[in-house]
Design a protein around this ligand. Structure first.
Ligand SMILES: *[C@@H]1O[C@H](CO)[C@@H](O)[C@H](O)[C@H]1NC(C)=O
Ligand SMILES: *[C@@H]1O[C@H](CO)[C@@H](O)[C@H](O)[C@H]1NC(C)=O
Ligand SMILES: *[C@@H]1O[C@H](CO)[C@@H](O)[C@H](O)[C@H]1NC(C)=O
Ligand SMILES: *[C@@H]1O[C@H](CO)[C@@H](O)[C@H](O)[C@H]1NC(C)=O
Length: 451
């Protein structure tokens, strides 16, 4: 097999791809020109970041040593969704994660596992029905609020929640605990014990808690803008000193917290892990993610109701940019190589038309899972979820997520909760903070991080 190494432009990580000369021929001339123009920049980047690219929420002026935080799966609290294959970049066996990840994960764990649930104070959080990525991000913000208030967050039991299935989850199990490790050692019944629900204060910001001695407060309504939009409170104040001391751009701290909160929430339990493994064999048969596969997530469906749709061509352009910028054949000295592969894309999307378009691209080896998609953009995600089944949708989504996280570079749109989720998990518990992320709808590195 021909081994090919790619030069590293300022935006792109060192990626070692296995590929074919034939696959490269179309982009080669452009690639040469780009390489010539960017050569100096490349070598600067390579010298500064020998392991790859620093994550887009880091300050511009951090040193390579600061930008590289070695990652090890054993540093996380129990149940973290690690990959034992590691996030291999350069010489490190487990890659790097965002600054502060291990400390933040252990801090959240300790907060959510108080010694005595009878003595604890609570924030009861009833999630609103939405897409899965959106639910997880809102829950993460509720967790920030709970931590700020020194309250344990518990998720309220809601049997009619779209991703809840009585058959799968049983009764008296909150929907997230159906799929994930419990968020807390305390349960919602601890939170409700001796508390009259009608007397429980409803809050959506810290100022609404007038008595800190109240055992349980309930989150209600929506987060107010100051809680989200890059305000101090978007990150629990207990973690500000940690963040201030590191390489994360303070203006992007909310993204760091979103990454930490979802890395904590999305810890599939052993039953889910077994189901995901079995399901992967069924919906992605006979395949695995090869080293240096590019993950492309195309968010179509009903997203156009929130932001203008990003056409397939924009994603393809980024993928081809990755080829023409990054890929540079290097002689291996081996003779008679023939079983050479095209570069790989793992595609996830709800849009069947997108799958068709990508699979017609001769230069890419495109794979995807065999799951129900959502062709009608005028139909809401939740209408499809009702038809497909909430637990089916959840488990299929998690298989797609896991496969995307096994990739080594990512293309998406940060306006999409799902794309952010991929970017957040790869850069935390998946130890791939130094992989390349390219946004399909904005300049890179991306500046618009969506609240
Ligand atoms: C990097 O820039 C920030 C402001 O953007 C500044 O506060 C900090 O001191 C700089 N750090 C270094 C190491 O130059
Ligand atoms: C837990 O807290 C409750 C209420 O403050 C107290 O009565 C109980 O003794 C505590 N239990 C332990 C094991 O500390
Ligand atoms: C409640 O606790 C928070 C966080 O410790 C504090 O900022 C706030 O002032 C307290 N509120 C009251 C009414 O005591
Ligand atoms: C969605 O609705 C718009 C206008 O209501 C219509 O033009 C479009 O064809 C519809 N799309 C689909 C996929 O049905």
């Amino acid at each position: 097999m021909l081994r090919v190494r790619y030069a590293i432009p300022s935006l792109l990580a060192i990626l070692v791809f296995h590929t074919a000369d034939a696959a490269l021929s179309s982009g080669k001339n452009t690639a040469r020109a780009v390489h010539a123009a960017a050569a100096a920049q490349h070598s600067t980047a390579r010298a500064r970041f020998p392991h790859g690219e620093q994550h887009h929420i880091y300050r511009k002026n951090v040193s390579a040593a600061e930008a590289w935080t070695p990652c090890h799966p054993d540093a996380y609290p129990p149940g973290a969704w690690v990959s034992r294959s590691g996030g291999k970049h350069g010489a490190s066996s487990f890659g790097s994660h965002l600054y502060g990840t291990a400390k933040a994960q252990r801090f959240i764990w300790a907060h959510q596992h108080p010694r005595n649930c009878t003595a604890a104070k609570f924030l009861l959080y009833p999630p609103s029905p939405s897409g899965i990525g959106s639910i997880l991000h809102h829950m993460g913000q509720a967790l920030a609020l709970a931590i700020q208030l020194n309250r344990v967050m518990v998720v309220a039991y809601s049997p009619d929640f779209p991703y809840y299935s009585k058959a799968r989850c049983g009764v008296e199990v909150s929907f997230e605990a159906c799929y994930f490790e419990p968020l807390s050692s305390c349960s919602w019944s601890d939170a409700l014990d001796g508390v009259a629900r009608r007397n429980m204060p409803s809050i959506n910001s810290p100022s609404q808690v007038t008595d800190n001695n109240t055992k349980t407060v309930q989150f209600s309504g929506a987060f107010t803008a100051p809680d989200y939009h890059c305000q101090d409170d978007s990150v629990p104040p207990q973690l500000h000193a940690l963040l201030r001391g590191g390489p994360i751009d303070w203006a992007k701290r909310h993204y760091w917290w979103r990454a930490q909160s979802v890395a904590y929430i999305v810890r599939p339990n052993s039953r889910t892990l077994a189901e995901l493994a079995a399901r992967k064999r069924r919906i992605y048969p006979g395949r695995l993610i090869r080293r240096s596969t590019l993950s492309v997530h195309v968010r179509h469906g009903d997203k156009h109701t929130e932001t203008p749709p990003v056409p397939d061509q924009a994603y393809l352009a980024r993928a081809n940019e990755a080829i023409s910028l990054v890929w540079q054949p290097r002689k291996t000295g081996k003779k008679g190589d023939s079983g050479i592969r095209r570069p790989s894309i793992f595609l996830s999307t709800e849009d069947p038309a997108t799958v068709k378009i990508f699979t017609r691209q001769p230069q890419w080896d495109v794979s995807f899972t065999n799951v129900p998609r959502k062709p009608d953009a005028n139909r809401s995600t939740l209408a499809y979820v009702a038809e497909i089944g909430g637990d089916e949708e959840m488990l299929n989504s998690l298989v797609n997520l896991d496969l995307a996280l096994e990739c080594d570079a990512w293309i998406g749109t940060l306006s999409s909760n799902w794309c952010r989720l991929i970017d957040e998990l790869r850069a935390t518990v998946r130890c791939k903070a130094h992989g390349t992320y390219l946004d399909a709808e904005q300049e890179n590195p991306p500046q618009d991080l969506n609240w």
